[in-house]
Design a protein around this ligand. Structure first.
Ligand code: FEO
Ligand code: CA
Ligand code: CA
Length: 602
C-alpha cells in the first residue's frame, strides 16, 4: 500500500511547474486524483514499496513471489544438451536453446496454449565466452554460438505445480536467429541499395539481431525491433576504409563490437558487401501461431535503432505504431498505416507494409507536431533506409534517447521513456529545451503526449513531462527530479515502460547501479509502478547485481506477470550468480511473478 501522507503531499506539488533559467518551460502537471486512487494507490493492486538494495536476487513486496521460467542456454527441445557451466554451450547447443540477454517479450494465447515470444537482444561476450581467455569468440564455432544466441526465441510454457516451465518439443517452439531467412517488404524491398551477392532480388534478408523492445499487434503477431545492428559489421578486408556519412550516422565503424561474425560470413564485411547493412535496423513481424511462416521486415516503418513498437488503432481504423530511436540526439517516430484494421481479416497481415512515417517536433510551449518524412524531399526507398537523415531534414527534435513507448489503454495518451543523455547541452545539435531540460541528463525523464481530437492518427499533440527521474537527496535543482520523486522511489534511466490492462504504468530501468554519488540510494536496476492519474510512483521490484530489468508481459488470466532480467553480472561475472546461486555463471532470465493470494497482477 502506498503511503497515504506521501500521496497527499504529492497532490499539492504535482500542480506546480518547473521553471528553467530562460523562461516558462514545461510543466509536469498531473490532473487531480480521484479519491479512490488515494486508497488503492494503483489500479487493482496495492503493495508496500520495496527499498533500494544491491542484493544478488529479486526483491518483491510482501505477498508476491517469483520463480525462474527460462534462462540463457535452457534447451527448447529434448536431445539438446542442458546448459554447461564450464563450456557455456556450443554452436549446436545454442541453436536448440533459449538465447542470451532476453529483452522485450509477449505471451500469446494460441488455441489455449501459452506461447512466449522473447527477444534475445545480444550476447554478453564476457560471459558466453567466459571459457576463452580473451572473453571473445576465438573459433568459428564460437561465432556460430554467438549468432544463435541472438534473435527471437518462441516457445510454449506450461504451469506445473504452480510454476511456469518451458514445454520442450512443442510444435510452436522456434528459434529465429542472426541466420534465419526473412522477407523484406515495403518501399525499400528490391531497391538497388538492398541487393547483395547472396540476394540479387533485394527482397530476402538473412537474420534479425539486436532486437531490443518489442510490440504486438491486435491480429496476433509479434514485432521484434532491431536496435544496435551496427555493432556486427566491420571491414577487415580494408581496415582503413572510410565510412560514408549516411552510414556513419548509424554508428558504423571499421571495427565491430567484439562479435566477430565476419569471421564466419563475408556479408558482415562493409567493404566486400556494402549493401548488407541496409537490410538491418527494421521492425520484424513474426506470426507465433505459424511456426513455419517466414518473418517479414517492414521497411515502411523506417530504419533506425528501434527500441519498441507500440501499436494502437486510430479512430478510423488505421494502425498507429509509435517507435523510439535509442541514441543520443535521435528522434521519436510514428507510422500510420494506409490500410485499416478489420477484426479477423486476413488483410491485417499486410497493414505494416504500406503507410506514412512521421517524426516528432516538441515545442517549448507544451505543443507538438508530427512531421511527415515525405517533406524531406527524399524518395520513399531512401526515407525507408536512411530514415535518420530524412528526420534531420524536416527539423525533428533531437531527444534524450527515446526508449519504449506505451499507450494508455484507459485514455488516449502515450508515454515515452527518455533514458538519459550525456550530450544534452554539450553537442550543438542537442540544445537544452523544454522536453529535454537538463544538461548532461544523467537520470532521464518520461514524456507524455495527448493527441488532438483524441486520435493517435492526429498530427498535433500536447505534451508534458510525467516524471523527471533524479536524486532528491544528493542533487540540486532540476537534478533532484520532479515532485513525484522522493527518497523512497528514486531511480535513474527509465527504459522499458508498459501499461497493464488496469491502466497502471510499469517502469523498468537500465541505469547506473553504483548506488553512490549521483546515484546514491537508487540501488540495483528495478521496476516501479506508476499511477498515470496521480503521478504516484512506487518501487515494486529490485533486480540482482549488474542487471537491467527489461521486458514485461502477462498470462491471459493476468495472474502471472513475466519480467525479464537481462545481463546479471555483466561487468563482474564472478560477483553475480543469478539465478542459480552457488558458484554458478550468471544468466539472463525470464521470471514469473505471482501474488500469494492467487489474484490478478495487472
Ligand atoms: Fe536495447 Fe535502448 O535498449
Ligand atoms: Ca532497452
Ligand atoms: Ca537502455
Amino acid at each position: 500500500m502506498a503511503d497515504f501522507n506521501d500521496v497527499v503531499s504529492r497532490r499539492k506539488f504535482l500542480q506546480g511547474s518547473f521553471a528553467l533559467g530562460s523562461g516558462a518551460f514545461i510543466a509536469a502537471t498531473i490532473g487531480p486524483a480521484k479519491a479512490t486512487s488515494f486508497l488503492s494507490g494503483f489500479n487493482g493492486i496495492s503493495f508496500n514499496p520495496v527499498p533500494a538494495n544491491g542484493k544478488d536476487t529479486i526483491t518483491l513486496p510482501k505477498g508476491f513471489s517469483w520463480h525462474k521460467v527460462a534462462s540463457w542456454g535452457d534447451p527448447l527441445w529434448s536431445g539438446v544438451d542442458d546448459f554447461d557451466q564450464i563450456t557455456r554451450g556450443t554452436g549446436e547447443s545454442q541453436e536448440g536453446s533459449f538465447g542470451d540477454n532476453n529483452d522485450g517479450m509477449s505471451l500469446f494465447d494460441i488455441e489455449g496454449k501459452s506461447i512466449l515470444a522473447v527477444n534475445n537482444e545480444y550476447c554478453n561476450r564476457k560471459i558466453i565466452y567466459g571459457n576463452r581467455a580473451s572473453g571473445l569468440p576465438e573459433t568459428s564455432d564460437d561465432v556460430r554460438k554467438g549468432i544463435a544466441s541472438h534473435g527471437v526465441s518462441i516457445f510454449e510454457i506450461e504451469k506445473k505445480l504452480g510454476k511456469w516451465k518451458i514445454k520442450k518439443d512443442s510444435l510452436y517452439n522456434r528459434k529465429i536467429t542472426g541466420d534465419t531467412k526473412i522477407a523484406l517488404d515495403g518501399p525499400a524491398a528490391g531497391f538497388y541499395l538492398m541487393k547483395t551477392d547472396e540476394d540479387l532480388t533485394g527482397k530476402v534478408a538473412k537474420g534479425t539481431f539486436n532486437n531490443c523492445g518489442n510490440g504486438r499487434t491486435p491480429w496476433g503477431t509479434y514485432l521484434a525491433c532491431e536496435e544496435n545492428f551496427h555493432g556486427y559489421f566491420s571491414s577487415p578486408s580494408n581496415p582503413s576504409a572510410s565510412i560514408p556519412p549516411e552510414q556513419a550516422r548509424y554508428g558504423l565503424k571499421t571495427k565491430d563490437k567484439g562479435y566477430n561474425w565476419v569471421m564466419n560470413q563475408d556479408r558482415f564485411d562493409l567493404v566486400k558487401n556494402p549493401n548488407e547493412v541496409n537490410r538491418h535496423g527494421y521492425i520484424t513481424e513474426i506470426d507465433p501461431s505459424k511456426p513455419q511462416s517466414m518473418p517479414r521486415k517492414h521497411t515502411a516503418m523506417g530504419r533506425f535503432k528501434h527500441e519498441n513498437c507500440e501499436v494502437s488503432i486510430s479512430k478510423n481504423g488505421q494502425v498507429v505504431a509509435y517507435m523510439g530511436d535509442d541514441e543520443r540526439g535521435e528522434h521519436l517516430y510514428k507510422f500510420v498505416s494506409k490500410g485499416k484494421y478489420k477484426k479477423g481479416a486476413s488483410s491485417n497481415y499486410d497493414l505494416l507494409t504500406e503507410g506514412e512515417l512521421f517524426v516528432a517536433v516538441f515545442n517549448d510551449d507544451g505543443t507538438g507536431k508530427w512531421i511527415n518524412l515525405k517533406e524531406s524531399g527524399m524518395s520513399e526507398p531512401e526515407i525507408a533506409i536512411f530514415t535518420r537523415l530524412a528526420a534531420t531534414k524536416v527539423g525533428a527534435t533531437t531527444m534524450d534517447r527515446p526508449e519504449w513507448v506505451a499507450v494508455n489503454p484507459k485514455k488516449v495518451e502515450a508515454y515515452c521513456a527518455l533514458t538519459n543523455n550525456k550530450n544534452r547541452g554539450v553537442k550543438d545539435n542537442q540544445p537544452i529545451n523544454a522536453v529535454n531540460p537538463r544538461e548532461n541528463n544523467p537520470y532521464g525523464q518520461i514524456v507524455r503526449w495527448t493527441p488532438s481530437n483524441s486520435d493517435h492518427a492526429s498530427v498535433d499533440f500536447k505534451w508534458d513531462l510525467f516524471v523527471m527521474a533524479g536524486n532528491p537527496e544528493t542533487a540540486e535543482g532540476l537534478y533532484k527530479g520532479s515532485e513525484n520523486i522522493n527518497k523512497d522511489n528514486m531511480f535513474n534511466s527509465p527504459d522499458g515502460i508498459a501499461f497493464d490492462s488496469k491502466g497502471n504504468l510499469w517502469i523498468q530501468t537500465d541505469g547506473k547501479y553504483s548506488n553512490s554519488g549521483k546515484f546514491a540510494g537508487m540501488g540495483n536496476n528495478q521496476m516501479l509502478c506508476a499511477n498515470p492519474r496521480t503521478g504516484e510512483i512506487s518501487r515494486f521490484l529490485v533486480g540482482p547485481k549488474e542487471c537491467e530489468i527489461t521486458g514485461i508481459t502477462w498470462s491471459s488470466d493476468k495472474k502471472t506477470m513475466f519480467v525479464g532480467v537481462q545481463h546479471p553480472g555483466e561487468k563482474n561475472p564472478d560477483s553475480c550468480h543469478f539465478p542459480d546461486g552457488g558458484n554458478s555463471v550468471p544468466r539472463s532470465t525470464v521470471i514469473a511473478i505471482t501474488r500469494n493470494n492467487g489474484r490478478a497482477i495487472g
